[in-house]
Design a protein around this ligand. Structure first.
Ligand code: VG1
Ligand code: CO
Length: 574
């Protein structure tokens, strides 16, 4: 008989999920008694309450980071101890405990797990004993829990007084696929999530067309898994199944090799070097983050911004991706700070484009309600209604499908650059840059936002009254972004400050909700130039960073960013 202990505990402050899950320093978690147990119990209190009767199942996986293996055992012990009378609980654990975030979403949907799933990841944040650990809770629709649920969980963390655990439950061996444990209405099964996820991808993409492209002598593709969860998927899907040539960092490591598993031009230096090497011959380069939901796309000598990437995919989808050939495009969406490139595609396709707050959870209802097919975020997130998470590999296969289609239909070699340039010729171009000021003083960051927010509340105040001139820019409007969900009508406030100018440019300021210490200020700048013959050269070869410099000067002038962040320049530019 396995015994169940009820352990007294006290609330721990700040166990509040941010933009996507809870992320904290490993050191804090390891040195605070009951840190993990308190949080897991709070989730279970809320989640188990939704399923009072009947048998239930839950998915458990993560990005392979340090502390995951230990956490999986604790969570299993707690699930065992918390099961209700006469209720069978089945836990589906990923082989070796590693499952990418999109695969978790796919698996939740495939097995219809009543309790959804837990993803042990701090996503693109660095891992290892000195860095971050985290946990995301996904609902039975496969998507990140909505704010109502995360608020309830937070309330539980504030009043928790005990947790239940079965410490003497035998340790689960999750190295082998198959049934791993079964006793007293409780069972654990280890699943091959790569197989499940591959099965799903096969229903979406034309694998033969992609294989044909990848077998061409004049086409080279490189994928960087950044030592994250996508490693196994890239080995088995990109390489073994599709015949992709070169994989970088496809071995999953608990500290991601000491690197920052965030796919951008700063943190994927080897891939970037390959793509911008004058002698190099790689045509398409891609990378994904720690938990595999983000993606970066680079052509030879050509970086595709995530905002352009999703717009191009949306424009091509019905031509070259069987899934969309069949279902069509129901609607498009982007998070508010993401560039407006996809809006113009929506207009062209005659469908609606929704503008949501930052974070994938806000797309969930639109997907579930059949209003949305493809969407993206400027933060390297792209996805569709095939699951309820952004999906790095899906974006890569989308780009491979576009290239395969173009190679096939023109009979000629096309490039990533030529595809994007064609897009700009059709739609014009949004020059877009994001500045991140990481780990700045929290008080300063709050004061910065507060000051602008007050001006906005006064109808623009002295700083932002419509018509106020700053260099060449005249203020058109300013607002604090607020979102009413079109499906459940819930309202989310204070989602970022937007300042728009009369030439169509804008900047957005918001605070990050994924950090584990200090504050991060994000400044997003966009300048749209419609395509005309006169602007041809500028649109085709203009440098975004140069083009937004005058806009940055104005943003700095208005917000006093340098003063409030105490920084001369941003930490990361994307
Ligand atoms: C960031 C991004 C946001 C993304 C979130 C989770 O949030 O800006 O677009 O959805 O990370 O991505 P924030 O609050 O730090 O700006 V992931 O791959 O870290 O789950
Ligand atoms: Co991620």
């Amino acid at each position: 008989m396995v015994s169940i202990q009820t352990v007294a505990t006290k609330p721990i402050p700040d166990q509040k999920m941010g933009t996507s899950g809870l992320r904290k320093r490993v050191k804090l978690i390891e040195s605070t008694p009951n840190y993990l147990e308190n949080f897991v119990q709070s989730i279970l209190n809320v989640v188990l309450d939704t399923q009072q009767s009947g048998d239930v199942s839950i998915v458990l996986g993560g990005d392979g980071r340090y502390f995951n293996k230990q956490a999986i055992q604790v969570i299993v012990q707690m699930l065992f101890a918390n099961r209700r009378e006469k209720q069978n609980i089945k836990v589906l654990i990923a082989e070796n405990g590693v499952m990418s975030t999109p695969a978790v979403s796919a698996v939740i949907r495939k097995y219809k797990t009543e309790l959804g799933g837990l993803i042990l990841t701090a996503s693109h944040n660095p891992g290892g004993p000195e860095n971050d650990w985290g946990i995301k809770y996904n609902a039975p629709n496969g998507g990140p829990a909505n704010e109502t649920t995360t608020d309830k969980i937070y309330q539980e963390t504030l009043k928790i007084s005990e947790y239940k655990i079965a410490r003497d439950l035998p340790s689960i061996d999750f190295a082998k696929v198959g049934p791993a444990y079964s006793q007293d209405h409780f069972s654990v099964e280890i699943i091959d999530s790569v197989k499940d996820y591959l099965e799903l991808l096969k229903t979406i993409f034309d694998f033969d067309a992609i294989k044909k492209l990848l077998s061409r002598k004049d086409f080279n593709f490189t994928f960087d898994a950044m030592h994250g969860a996508t490693g196994i998927y890239s080995e088995k899907i990109l390489k073994a199944e599709l015949g992709a040539g070169q994989l970088l960092r496809s071995d999953n490591l608990p500290d991601f090799g000491g690197a920052h598993p965030d796919p951008n031009l700063t943190y994927a230096p080897e891939l970037v070097e390959l793509m911008f090497d004058k002698q190099g011959n790689v045509d398409l380069g891609a990378a994904s983050d720690g938990d595999g939901d983000r993606n970066m796309i680079i052509g030879k000598d050509f970086f595709v911004t995530p905002s352009d990437s999703v717009a191009v995919i949306a424009d091509y989808a019905q031509k070259c991706i069987p899934y969309f050939k069949k279902s069509g495009i129901k609607g498009l969406a982007r998070s508010m700070p993401t560039s407006t490139a996809i809006d113009r595609v929506a207009q062209d396709l005659n469908v609606k484009c929704y503008e949501t707050p930052t974070g994938w959870k806000f797309f969930g209802n639109l997907f579930d309600d059949g209003k949305l097919s493809i969407c993206g975020e400027e933060s390297f997130g792209t996805g569709s209604d095939h699951i309820r998470e952004k999906d790095g590999l899906w974006a890569v296969l989308s780009w491979l499908s576009i290239l395969a289609y173009e190679f096939e239909s023109t009979g000629d070699k096309v490039t990533v650059a030529s595809i994007v340039k064609q897009h700009w010729k059709k739609f014009g171009r949004s020059f877009y840059v994001r500045y991140d000021y990481e780990n700045v003083d929290g008080q300063g960051a709050n004061d910065l936002v507060q000051r602008i927010s007050e001006q906005i509340q006064q109808g623009g105040g002295d700083l932002l009254k419509a018509g106020t001139q700053y260099d060449d820019y005249k203020v058109e409007s300013s607002e604090e972004f607020e979102y009413e969900d079109p499906v459940d009508k819930s309202v989310t406030k204070k989602q970022g400050l937007i300042v728009k100018f009369t030439d169509g440019s804008r900047f957005v300021i918001r605070l990050s909700g994924t950090g584990s210490s200090g504050a991060t200020v994000r400044l997003y700048m966009e300048k749209y130039i419609p395509y005309t013959q006169d602007q041809h050269d500028l649109i085709m070869s203009g440098d975004s960073k140069e083009l937004v410099k005058p806009l940055f000067k104005v943003a700095q002038n208005i917000t006093k960013l340098n003063h409030y962040t105490q920084r001369e320049s941003p930490t990361v530019i994307t």
